[in-house]
Design a protein around this ligand. Structure first.
Ligand code: NAP
Length: 246
């Protein structure tokens, strides 16, 4: 699912939630390098504007910054509808926006649970549901053989769990259930749905840095890899572990 032979006017359109930082920003940059038109979404509009302006200048693509709080249903629905009404299509949704949720379950509150689950899981449900509905109305793209794609940035915490990260794990396990079921449905509707499950990545969320940690660009490259597959290949999840770590 690439943009070979496309001009900026008919280039494919991607929406990246949490596209203004860390993994999301790396994904925006990788897609811009491939000629995609981009919607960069997050709560902080100045950060969205900066990333959108940077990729427009560096790669000559169109990029729209959009302020949205994905823990709210209305913002998620507006994001999809705004993208489609602006550019007439949505070829790729990357559900990347997310927050951590550390601490023991016994010491947590309902408010903690609500905040993390709304941001990480409900957002994925709301954005995916709306995007998928639109994608089913799109024609099959001749080069990819698909009507669209949805890639969920889950986590190793979506398939494993550790003490002290229970709420985050619950949210990401929920993302995996949603993602796996939608991958199955998408196989029938020619909409690729896949989850990426990274271990520790060097981003503002974790505050770690250096060559021992997965780079945001590694996750962006995984997105690009998924988009380059034929429609016969249907990976449902890609787990990106860290060498030498649990
Ligand atoms: N870093 C890791 O080790 C790691 C590992 C596995 C999975 N992940 C997952 O990867 C994704 C990106 O994480 P990151 O490490 O790149 O974190 P990051 O640098 O902190 O970026 C998080 C992004 O999410 C956006 N965001 C957070 N809450 C939002 C909300 N309510 N509405 C809209 N946007 C929101 C932020 O933008 P605003 O602040 O402007 O809203 C920001 O762009 C997350 O889903 C995370 O769970 C990260």
């Amino acid at each position: 699912m690439n943009n070979a032979g496309k001009t900026t006017k008919n280039a494919k359109v991607a929406l990246v939630t949490g596209g203004n930082s860390g993994i999301g920003e790396a994904i925006v940059r990788a897609l811009a390098r491939g000629g995609w038109r981009l919607v960069v979404a997050g709560r902080r509009q100045p950060e969205n504007e900066k990333v959108a302006a940077d990729v427009a200048r560096e790669f000559g693509v169109e990029a729209m910054p959009r302020a949205a709080d994905v823990s709210r249903e209305a913002d998620c629905l507006n994001l999809i509808q705004d993208t489609v009404s602006s550019w007439g299509r949505l070829d790729l949704l990357v559900n990347n926006a997310g927050i951590g949720g550390g601490g023991k379950i016994a010491e947590s509150s309902t408010e903690d649970f609500d905040r993390v689950v709304r941001t990480n899981l409900y957002s994925t449900y709301w954005c995916s549901r709306e995007a998928y509905r639109h994608m089913t109305t799109q024609p099959v793209d001749t080069d990819s053989g698909l009507r669209g794609a949805i890639i969920n940035i889950s986590s190793l915490c979506g398939i494993e769990a550790w003490a002290g990260s229970g709420i985050y794990c619950a949210s990401k396990h929920g993302v995996m259930g949603l993602s796996r079921a939608m991958a199955d449905e998408g196989g029938q509707d020619l909409i690729r749905v896949a989850a990426i499950c990274p271990a520790m990545v060097a981003t503002p969320m974790t505050g770690v840095a250096g060559p021992d940690y997965i780079a945001p660009d590694d996750i962006a490259s995984t997105v690009v890899y998924l988009l380059g597959l034929t429609s016969a290949a249907w990976p449902v999840e890609v787990v990106v572990r860290r060498r030498g770590a649990d």
